[in-house]
Ligand binder design. Structure first.
Ligand code: 8GP
Length: 760
């Protein structure tokens, strides 16, 4: 294909880039799932992924003078050749209705349901090709449900009666992805989406199983369901309902089977992200599942009473249903045989704090599986020049066995390798600048923003923070460091500074005003700094609009310094951190999430930019309520000056901007007992000093290259291949199962029948 395109004077990569991103997730959680699918396929595990075919995925971000404006992501506008609608696998999902109690053959109360609302879910299959040089590769399916195309989902009678919103509710059910990252809002349609995913997928799983075996009681020998955060947690209740009612299995046995099948991955400890549903909402929408939830809660309470008699407060803390709310994490833990966090530190925090009571009761359930990323997308595809560098030295084995990347360590102190590495980095930086220039020209026809990008040069240190915007990720701390640097240059313009290009990118949830104000702050900083004749010689600031996977593939290979600066204890793992390091960036970071394990692998010697207070200290201070950011502000003049710039109109041009920046000032200092919740000022001084160390090392390029190569070499454990092997061994107890020639041929034929590209 590459050859033919070349003859036609077309560029293969440019054409690939025309394809829109599949933006059916918000941030790290969804992107991880994608990497896990790639590894499952490459390693030839018999797996299937389920999700939703949102008509509109994560919104596109426009910045209008620094203000985030959301546009719908119309990724299905032109035909999508990679999906295949499989009507024969459609499922019906039932909502609402009246319950009619009866008993199963074991005397358990089960429920028929009358007058329900039926929604038809149609699956669209996406083939996930496992990487393989030989013919014997694997193809897995990502099955995404949609309610859009089924005419029966539209309630014509309601429409004719003037109830227009209700008429279209089910047709529109899978239309839009809720755009919150690490934040739940408890909306009814969201609950409907979640149950649609659960019910349709579970029916699919059970049908699949019964197609091969007649005995439903053996399902736990063949099926594993990984509850990927609590969004599909209702699967516990629905599997119990199916087993006890449809298959006449006794309640106790059903619970055993459910637990053996299910396990749960937690991806965050943030309170506002832990899902809870209003009891009445569930009762109305899912009446028979609600009955199951009540009984599960009863079972759990009984168990707690037996183990910890007379501990009513423990009972309240651990209940699935409490205070009119249903706690999805508690349901997931109770219905699973394993619960895992996504990095060592995170898994420990689960045991010590948010799930402490459950850990005391079920210690054997709690394990850790550290996240990874797929080196096939994030190195092989995204960074061909660095791959050639690797191939010359250590061959290609790392593509399917990433532990081999450690071989590159022996070249870290080799001068020729260092220079080649630096040359590649420079080319990637130039490619990023070219891309940003083009991107901005197309959007802003060479407005004043453009100058900043086009006149930056590839010798500058590229300092990058790209991720969803959230207070705990502390983009605000990054901004304050930029301000400190700017003020320093202004005070002492004749000193020599390392040239920096500070790039930030990421979307804010549409309703998250504070996060939007942080974006606006960067815009204001860029406008002032990039036009300042003195400061702009040494520092430029640019907010990358609409950060997404495609942009990440260009940005990450061009990065020198990766900013992983979350408040220690708050970022469950992070996965961007791994992508940067395997592309030869050094990390400036706190000891948070997977940073800790990355540092251990790379060793402290080559991880020189660790800073900030530890997770345990942060947790302690949080509990003691002893933190007072104003002390720091009062005692440290440099910090005071930077923070004051948020309120003294240094960077703003109008009242709206002033208001936005002032609100950030207030969160740092004035928020009635909650000032600076994420300890920005606490870590700022250390961060600032560590940034000085960054400058120093960057001035000796060969040494920098040596460190960067050592960082790449330390990334062997951070492939999702490694994570999947851990899931398979410690949680699922399954082995790879390469497809037979006949199976592959059958899949090939099935796809060919639907192929709209006419590939023969
Ligand atoms: C994210 C974590 O924030 C990130 O550290 C981690 O790398 C990633 O999951 C993959 O494990 N968590 C979420 O996005 C998250 O918990 N979101 C849902 C609760 C809404």
């Amino acid at each position: 294909v590459k050859c033919i395109l070349k003859k036609m004077n077309r560029d293969y990569k440019t054409i690939l880039r025309m394809e829109p991103d599949v933006g059916i997730g918000n941030g790290g959680l969804g992107r991880l799932a994608s990497c896990l699918m790639d590894s499952l396929a490459m390693l030839q595990y018999p797996a299937l992924g389920y999700g939703m075919r949102y008509q509109y995925g994560i919104f596109e971000q426009d910045l209008w003078c620094g203000v985030q404006v959301e546009r719908p992501d119309n990724w299905l506008l032109t035909q999508n050749p990679w999906e295949f609608r499989r009507d024969c696998h459609a499922q019906n999902v039932h909502f609402e209705g009246t319950i009619i109690p009866k008993t199963n053959s074991h005397g358990d109360e089960v429920y028929d349901i009358a007058d329900y609302d039926e929604v038809r879910a149609l699956p669209y299959d996406f083939p996930i090709l496992g990487y393989g040089a030989n013919k014997n590769f694997s193809v897995l399916t990502l099955r995404l449900w949609s309610t859009k195309e089924s005419p029966r989902n539209f309630h014509l009678q309601k429409f004719n009666a003037g109830q227009i919103d209700e008429a279209g509710e089910n047709t529109l059910l899978t239309d839009v992805l809720y755009p919150n990252d690490n934040h739940e809002i408890g909306k009814r349609i969201r609950l409907k989406q979640e149950f649609l995913l659960v019910s349709a997928s579970l029916q699919d799983i059970v049908q699949n199983y019964l197609g091969a075996s007649k005995d439903i009681t053996g399902i736990a020998d063949k099926v594993r369901i990984q509850i990927n955060d609590t969004h599909p947690a209702l699967v516990v209740a629905e599997l119990m309902r199916t087993l006890t009612k449809d298959h006449e299995i006794a309640w106790g046995k059903a619970l055993e089977i459910t637990r053996e099948c299910c396990s749960y991955t937690n991806h965050t400890i943030l309170k506002e992200a832990l899902e809870e549903w209003n009891e009445h909402r569930i009762e109305k929408l899912l009446p028979s599942q609600y009955k199951v939830l009540q009984r599960l809660n009863g079972d759990l309470c009984q168990e707690i009473r037996k183990r910890f008699p007379n501990d009513e407060s423990k009972l309240r803390r651990m209940s699935i249903i409490e205070g009119g709310q249903i706690k999805m994490a508690h349901l997931s833990i109770f219905g699973s045989h394993r619960v895992n966090g996504v990095a060592k530190l995170h898994s420990e925090i689960l045991k010590d704090s948010i799930f402490k009571d459950f850990y005391e009761m079920y210690p054997e359930r709690f394990v850790n599986v550290t996240n990874g990323v797929t080196q096939r997308r994030w190195l092989l595809f995204a960074n061909p020049k660095l791959c050639a560098f690797l191939e010359k030295r250590i061959g290609n084995g790392w593509i399917t066995d990433f532990s081999k990347i450690k071989g590159i360590a022996s070249y870290a102190s080799d001068k020729e390798s260092q220079e080649e590495f630096l040359a590649i980095k420079k080319e990637n930086k130039q490619a990023l600048l070219d891309f940003l220039c083009k991107d901005m020209k197309e959007k802003h026809w060479g407005g004043k923003d453009l100058k900043a990008v086009c006149f930056c040069d590839s010798d500058a240190l590229f300092d990058v923070q790209v991720k969803r915007v959230h207070e705990y990720k502390r983009q605000l701390m990054n901004a304050l460091h930029v301000i400190m640097r700017f003020q320093e240059i202004k005070e002492n313009p004749d000193a020599n500074y390392v040239k920096r290009f500070v790039l930030i990118g990421g979307k804010a949830a549409p309703g998250y005003t504070l996060a939007k104000n942080i974006i606006r702050l960067f815009y204001c900083l860029g406008r002032a700094i990039n036009q300042d004749p003195i400061a702009s010689k040494f520092i430029k600031v640019h907010y990358i609009e609409n950060y997404n996977v495609s942009k990440a593939e260009i940005i990450i290979p061009a990065t020198d310094l990766s900013e992983q600066i979350s408040t220690a204890g708050m970022e469950a793992s992070g996965t961007g951190n791994m992508k940067f390091a395997m592309n030869g960036a050094l990390t400036i970071g706190t000891d948070d999430g997977a940073n800790v394990e990355m540092r251990e692998e790379v060793t402290d010697k080559y991880w020189p930019f660790l800073f900030g207070s530890s997770a345990s200290t942060n947790i302690k201070i949080h509990h003691e309520k002893s933190y007072n950011p104003r002390d720091i502000y009062d005692k440290n003049p440099k910090i005071k000056k930077a923070v004051d710039a948020l309120q003294d109109r240094t960077f703003v041009e109008n009242d709206a901007e002033h208001e936005a920046l002032y609100s950030l000032y207030q969160t740092l200092l004035e928020n009635h007992g909650f000032a600076d919740r994420y300890f920005v000022l606490k870590d700022l001084d250390d961060y600032y000093n560590t940034q000085k160390k960054v400058d120093a090392l960057y001035q000796t390029p060969n040494k920098w290259a040596e460190y960067a190569i050592q960082n790449m070499a330390g990334m062997g454990n951070f492939s999702t291949d490694h994570s999947i092997t851990n899931y398979a061994e410690t949680i699922w107890n399954v082995k790879p199962l390469p497809p037979s020639e006949e199976e592959l041929e059958a899949v090939r034929q099935e796809y060919l029948e639907n192929d709209r590209c006419r590939i023969i």
